[in-house]
Design a protein around this ligand. Sequence first.
Ligand SMILES: C[S@@+](CC[C@H](N)C(=O)[O-])C[C@H]1O[C@@H](n2cnc3c(N)ncnc32)[C@H](O)[C@@H]1O
Length: 257
Amino acid sequence: MYQLLAYIKYWLLSVDEHSLHSPFLYKCYTEVVKSKSNTRDPAIEELRKQLLRNDTIVEIEEMGAGSRVNSSNSRKISEIAKHSATPTRFSLLLLRIIQQYDFKGIVELGTSLGLNTAYLAKSNEEVKVTTFEGSGTIAGLANQHFEQLGLSNIEVVIGNIDQTLETWLATASPIDLAYLDANHRYEPTIRYFELLLPKINQQGMIILDDIHWSKEMNLAWNELKNHPQVSLSIDLFEGGILFLNPEIPKDQYILSF
Ligand SMILES: C[S@@+](CC[C@H](N)C(=O)[O-])C[C@H]1O[C@@H](n2cnc3c(N)ncnc32)[C@H](O)[C@@H]1O
């Protein structure tokens, strides 16, 4: 019910290119957000189909919103693929962003089976994707998928992000794009954002998934889009883009996607 009301509000408030006056935003919207320049990757989509049909049961250490951290759980692989994966059209948008802005250092919080990670990594060979996953079982499956897809530019950091992120960031190279799709709660979202912020390049972005999934996530989104270091924010309902470049005029948009 919450998500339905949030969608109605988004639908009523969202605008398109006719309402955009900033040349930067107009170009970003027409050439990146709404562009159809890239298409589904046949190998990744074939893997998605196989996973959606795979009823093998795996024991996972479940983490994130709505679950007890580190509790043990049995899940069908098909269920994980159905409920966790970023929709392909959003993965394609992330891919277009990486290509348009020539991003190289990518961080993803929340690997799951690695379908979205694969899209991030296939953008080009110079891209280095570091993806974080709490469940060792799921991370193992994701690593198998990367091997199967011939992707060698991905590193999976296994363990609870509450512990692994800060340690990893201490020696990490600068980041161009961070995609947060793990722990969909208010407090960790804000905490991970603050941890990542000093490492993001000036031209970089932080993208949050599921910004209207719950009141908590909505609250986190509202707070972060007003963060003093965020210049432009774009709400696409499925996710939200936060630009950090201070040269972009400060503004907030809800755009149809
Ligand atoms: C929504 S799924 C990620 C989907 C993935 N980005 C994709 O599009 O295929 C969220 C993942 O984050 C992991 N996760 C949630 N909270 C976590 C935490 N605190 N530490 C590590 N991983 C976590 C879950 O195990 C789950 O696999």
